[in-house]
Design a protein around this ligand. Structure first.
Ligand code: FAD
Length: 405
């Protein structure tokens, strides 16, 4: 179904070389120290794998989301954190800027990312998680600036990222609400930005993926030049829908990290099952384990095909239905496959001396971040039914009453 081009085979090989030759050896320490893996970032940047999807005229390789998926899977196979860096340096915020940005915004964003930045996308707030459109962060127009106020949390990379895409409710000078828009903030000089009301708050102690900070971003009367407002063609009132359309690439990327982690765990389990002996023979001779390994491979294949299919559908962003289906499938698969891989190792799998327990913790995230499995199922159902499915109280009834009137 998916025949890789010679260029894609070369890219996959290069990514694997960097992953196995450099990233793999640092994965356990990244988890233990909870420090951002700058060494890996430098190595990926050197290899051209950061900003690979940036068009050639802005200095990138002009790669597709499908190409990015090949890079991400290889990184995540050995280190989930580096897989996530490869996502955000090729998809999400950077792809939104490259699609909707002005010339100046594109040049700025491309320069920052190609120098080794993983941009941060700032949507979620303490009271607006799945209900993202209930965000209260505001951007009020005042002359040639927008004044931002609000608090975001669980922002991946907050504290290490330079480029931020901040979602906020937009108000015009007369205080009228216009919709939800994106604003670009370049955190080049941390102290200067803090003095101007943009600061990083507390970091969450997370279960897995510990090498990237998940932190608050706090804005207090922070002024963003109007030229840094990212306005999709549909205008502010369509702003959220169109920016979230760009987010479908990130969703495919997140699913691919889950896939890569699970693939890595599976490879460990397969090798160990042949080597470990009990009852005088390799444990792989027991049918109970053979079927576990077979099931893992079935699930991995299905998730990989769904993700490839979603990535290949990009026009310019992945199809929302295919992206949601693929992320649900891959994120739930990864939880099961990493747990089963750990099981194949017995007690050794439960030890922090081997990567299985880290992979199991890392994989647990992907049914939550970037749209929960429940919310994505509702989006899938909405597409299948051809209905909008408002989730607010009385949503269905109100809609039915409107239709009846
Ligand atoms: P809630 O919305 O409070 O949901 C709680 C539970 O209720 C979930 O199980 C959910 O599925 C369920 N639920 C809620 N509404 C419904 C419904 N209508 N139907 C059925 N079930 C429902 N956000 C960013 O903006 N930028 C980031 O970089 C970022 N990175 C993240 C990284 C990590 C590691 C994690 C864990 C989260 C990250 N997030 C980020 C936040 C993430 O997008 C939110 O966690 C997610 O949207 C869910 O919001 P919530 O956690 O507030 O859960």
């Amino acid at each position: 179904l998916f025949n890789l081009t010679p260029e894609q085979i070369r890219l996959q090989g290069l990514a694997r070389e960097v992953a196995d030759g450099f990233v793999s050896a640092r994965a356990a320490e990244t988890d233990r120290s909870e420090a951002y893996p700058w060494d890996n970032v430098r190595e990926l940047t050197k290899a051209g794998l950061i900003g690979y999807t940036i068009p050639k005229e802005y200095g990138g390789a002009g790669g597709s989301f499908f190409d990015a998926v090949l890079i991400i899977e290889e990184m995540a196979r050995v280190c989930g954190v580096t897989g996530r860096i490869a996502v955000e340096a090729n998809m999400g915020a950077i792809s939104a800027v490259m699609r909707y940005g002005t010339e100046a915004q594109k040049k700025m964003a491309a320069g920052i990312v190609l120098a080794g930045d993983k941009p941060a996308i700032c949507i979620t707030e303490p009271e607006a998680g799945s209900a993202a459109t209930e965000m209260t962060t505001s951007a009020v127009k005042r002359g040639d600036v927008y004044v931002l106020n609000g608090k975001k949390h669980w922002i991946t990379g907050a504290g290490v990222s330079k480029l931020h895409l901040v979602f906020a409710r937009v108000f015009d000078e007369a205080g009228r609400e216009q919709g939800i828009g994106g604003f670009l903030v370049h955190r080049d000089d941390e102290k200067a930005l803090e003095a101007r009301g943009f600061r990083i708050g507390k970091r969450e102690p997370t279960m897995g993926l510990r090498g990237i900070p998940e932190s608050e971003v706090i804005m207090e009367n922070h002024e963003v030049p109007a030229a840094m407002a990212l306005q999709p063609p549909g205008g502010w009132h369509r702003g959220f829908a169109e920016l979230m359309n760009a987010y479908n690439s990130q969703r495919v990327g997140a699913g691919t990290v889950a896939l890569g982690i699970a693939q890595g765990a599976f490879e460990h389990a397969l090798a160990y099952a042949k080597q470990r002996e009990q009852f005088g023979r390799p444990i792989a001779e027991f049918q109970g384990l053979q079927w576990m390994l077979a099931d893992m491979s079935v699930q991995l294949s299905a998730a990989r095909l769904a993700l490839y299919n979603a990535a290949a559908s990009a026009d310019p962003f992945p199809d929302p239905l295919l992206a949601a289906q693929a992320k649900v499938l891959a994120s739930e698969m990864a939880i099961k496959v990493t747990t089963d891989a750990l099981q194949v190792f017995g007690a050794r799998g439960y030890s922090r001396n081997l990567p299985l327990e880290r992979m199991t913790r890392d994989a647990r995230m992907f049914t939550i971040g970037g749209g929960t499995a429940q919310v994505l199922r509702t989006q899938i159902a909405s597409r299948l039914l051809g209905w909008k499915l408002p989730q607010a109280r009385d949503g269905y009834q109100r809609q039915a009453a409107k239709l009846a009137a």
